[in-house]
Design a protein around this ligand. Structure first.
Ligand SMILES: CC(C)(COP(=O)(O)OP(=O)(O)OC[C@H]1O[C@@H](n2cnc3c(N)ncnc32)[C@H](O)[C@@H]1OP(=O)(O)O)[C@@H](O)C(=O)NCCC(=O)NCCS
Length: 136
């Protein structure tokens, strides 16, 4: 049975998912600090097995960032990612009631844009906002 838990930031599960999607995990103390500073997260399980995760980081009222959307390969293309995004967007819509001007960002990996477009995200250049940038 598929279930979803809010704010269940388990560092071992988080690092396991990082490995399973091929990103390679951070040191445990670094991941723990990242999770401690997470505003909101969801973890998805198939019975006891962790299969997906997503989180929101940010200042909690003006700027939020969707981060670390992960579904393990054997469960991909089964709408688990959609389930994660919908749950995060429910939270975002709650914040929007307090601050309708809230800005929500996602740093889509190359060729993953289509996944986020389904939830209303647009490329910054298409909204005449220039490119997003990252410090190298
Ligand atoms: C990207 C990811 C989260 C999608 O999760 P998922 O459960 O496989 O996606 P869903 O089944 O909910 O698919 C929803 C839609 O997104 C599309 N989509 C799924 N994976 C995609 C991908 N890798 N690239 C582009 N579009 C994708 C699907 O085609 C589907 O569209 P459709 O409704 O028109 O068929 C998952 O593939 C994953 O964890 N990948 C590895 C980690 C990663 O890259 N995360 C994103 C970082 S930016």
């Amino acid at each position: 049975m598929i279930s979803i838990k809010e704010n269940n930031n388990n560092v071992k599960e988080f690092n396991l998912l990082y490995d399973k999607v091929g990103w390679g995990h951070w040191d445990e103390n670094i991941s723990q600090k990242a999770l401690d500073n997470t505003f909101y997260s969801v973890t998805v399980y198939d019975n006891e097995k962790v299969i997906g995760y997503g989180r929101i980081i940010g200042d909690t009222i003006c700027f939020l960032y969707i981060q670390d959307i992960m579904v393990i390969p054997e469960y991909q293309s089964n709408k688990i990612g959609t389930m994660i995004m919908n749950k995060l967007l429910d939270k975002i819509n709650d914040i929007k009631k307090e601050n309708p001007s809230l800005k929500v960002y996602v740093g889509a990996s190359k060729n993953k844009e289509h996944f986020y477009e389904k939830f209303g995200f647009v490329k910054r250049v298409d909204a005449n906002l220039g490119y997003g940038m990252i410090l190298k």
